[in-house]
Structure formats: C-alpha cells, structure tokens
Design a protein around this ligand. Sequence first.
Ligand code: CP3
Length: 345
Amino acid sequence: MSVNESSFLSALNLEPTSKPPIWLMRQAGRYLPEYQIIRKNYKNFLDMCKEPITCAELALQPIERYELDASILFSDILTVPDAFNLGLYFAEGEGPRFQNPISSKKHVDDLNKFDVNDLSYVFKTVEETKKILPHNLPLIGFCGSPWTLVAYSIEGSGSKTFHKTKKFMIENEASILKLLEVYTNACFEYLKQQVMSGVNALQIFDSWADLLDASQLRKFSFSYTQKLIDLLKHDEITKDIPLIVFEKNPILPFSDNPFKNIQCLSLHFTENLKNSRDKLLNKYAIQGNLDPKILLLSEKEIITEVRKICNTMQDYPGYVFNLGHGITPDINPENIKLMIKAIRD
Ligand code: CP3
C-alpha cells in the first residue's frame, strides 16, 4: 500500500474508510514516559527541536506505542517568529517566551527579512522522520496561523488576557496588519519547504482564535489564514497537498466554514459535532473532537464518550478521529490505549 492509499489521506479525500483513521494533537509529548527520558537530556526545549534525529525519534514514539494512522512533525509553531530574532526560549514550567517581543511600530518596520534556511533544522527533521516512519504512514507538517503567531510575538508568552496584544491592536492596527502579512508569507515559504522535504498533509493551528470578537476574527485571523491557503493552493509544489485548519473555540461557528479550498476542519471540543456533521457532509473532511479532559475520567466514561462520537460520525465519508485540542501532560498513556481500542473495536 502506498502512502496515498493510507486511511488518513483517503479520509482527507472524502473517501469512505472501514474504520476512522486516528491521530492525536500533541501525540508526541510530555505525557509519554519515553518522551521524558529524551527530554531530560536538554535544558531548553528549542535546543531539542534543533536536533533532527532526536525529533524524528520523538515523532515515532506514539506511532510505535499506539499504531496511529498519521504522524506529525516534531517541532513547534513558534519556530517561525524565532526566525525573526524574537529570541524564543522555553523556561522550565512556564511555556514559551520571547526575549524580544514585538513592542512598537518601529520593531515591525525593522524586522529582518525572513530566510527560510534559518529553519533548515525543521526540514532536516522532516527528512529524518520520513526515513524511519513506516513507508505508508503519512507525515503531517504544520504551522501556526499568522494571527496566533502575531499574538504570541506581541504578548511575549502565553497569557490569560493578552492585554498587551489587545492594546497594540488598538494603538497600532496598521503595524499588526503589516506583521500579519509578513508572517503569512513566511508561513507559506515554511510550509512549502516542509512539503518539498516530504510531508503529506498540512495543518494550520489557530490556537488563539478565541481572543477575538467576530469582526476582529474575520479581519485579523481568518483573512490571513485564507491568504496563506491561497498561496499554497496557487503554488505548483503545494497545490495538491490536503489542508487541515484547527480553530480554537472561535466566536463564530467554525462549522460554517469561513475558508475556501481547504480539505478538513479540525474541530475544537466546544463545537457541536452533530451539527457540524450535517453542515459539512460530503463537502469537507472532519477531524476531532473528543475533549481531552475525558481522558482523565474512568474507563467506562471514556468508552461511553468515544462511542458517542463514533456513532455520530458513522458513515461520514472523511472522518478522522482526533481530540478537540492537544493531549495534556496529566493524561495517563494507558487511557489513550483504551480510547483507541474503543474506536477500533
Ligand atoms: O505531537 C506533536 O504534536 C508534537 C509537535 C508539536 C509541539 N507543539 C511540540 C511541543 C506541535 C504540533 C505543537 C504545536 C503548538 N505549539 C501549538 C498549537 C497546538 C495547540 O496546542 O493549540 C501551540 C499553541 C504551541 C506553543 C507551545 N509550545 C506551548 C504553549 C508549549 C508549552 C506547553 C505545552 O502545551 O506543552 C510548547 C512547548 C511544546 N511544544 C512541548 C512539546 C512537546 C513541551 C515542551 C517540553 O517538553 O517542555
């Protein structure tokens, strides 16, 4: 079987599959003891991301443990702002931070020109990962949405309120739009190079969609993600690569799909799966959307919730089982095994 006949790529093409293909957002990561063993060798997470052979091994870990139907590149969405010299680092227990967050109009005007070769460690990781994955297993490449990258770049870290970003948005709207444009073009080059290095599908993560009201969401998030999609769909190298978009809890119902020319909507756990199913049937593939918190409950509760989803999506051509957001470090890996068994049985 070739990679194009894999259940994951078939589902993205809206072809029926005998069982839903499964992969999980953040499937490689801190909840896995085998990840922790390797992670201990690095003080800074970013240093680990710059080691292609290690990253390939990390991408393979959940595949070996669970026999998942797709693999995801081991890297991070914040490598792109890092290539603009914002000084990305991961402080112990604090999540990502930037030493030089975007702080003024002048900072945006003076940003260095993006050089995709600064991210060659990521493309090397794609190549190394393809070498060790089963040959028919698809590899997903990814980037953050331009908006999500802008929010991190101005705030300088994750935040509950994103106060600085919202203030900047009011005081320097033109600069934000300029930065969105710069990041959109950088993401395009970045994803194109991932495709040239061997990825089989692409996912765009809009993880800070929930910060925006409806008109801001259209103006700052959706329109730039659409520009990125348009660039990919008009390029000879990337035009046939299936595109998945994840929107985290946007104020507008994502199942009304604001995007043209994508193949799959990755639904946050707050989306109503039944309604989405009815609206998207025979038009788009759906990925999602088990609430990761369910995986902290009892065996019985996990099986009940998984069955609900499988029943809702039964006979939906183009369904990919996934979570409605990433696996958290507190999840017991055995519960994931149980969940997968419930889907496949
Ligand atoms: O299997 C995989 O998905 C691994 C590849 C991957 C990582 N980050 C590795 C990682 C992917 C696809 C991402 C995407 C990512 N990174 C997103 C979008 C998805 C989402 O959850 O909304 C976001 C918002 C980030 C930014 C980021 N990177 C945060 C907030 C954190 C810290 C807290 C956390 O959630 O883990 C990271 C660090 C990070 N990225 C880790 C991993 C495995 C943990 C680092 C560690 O071991 O200290």
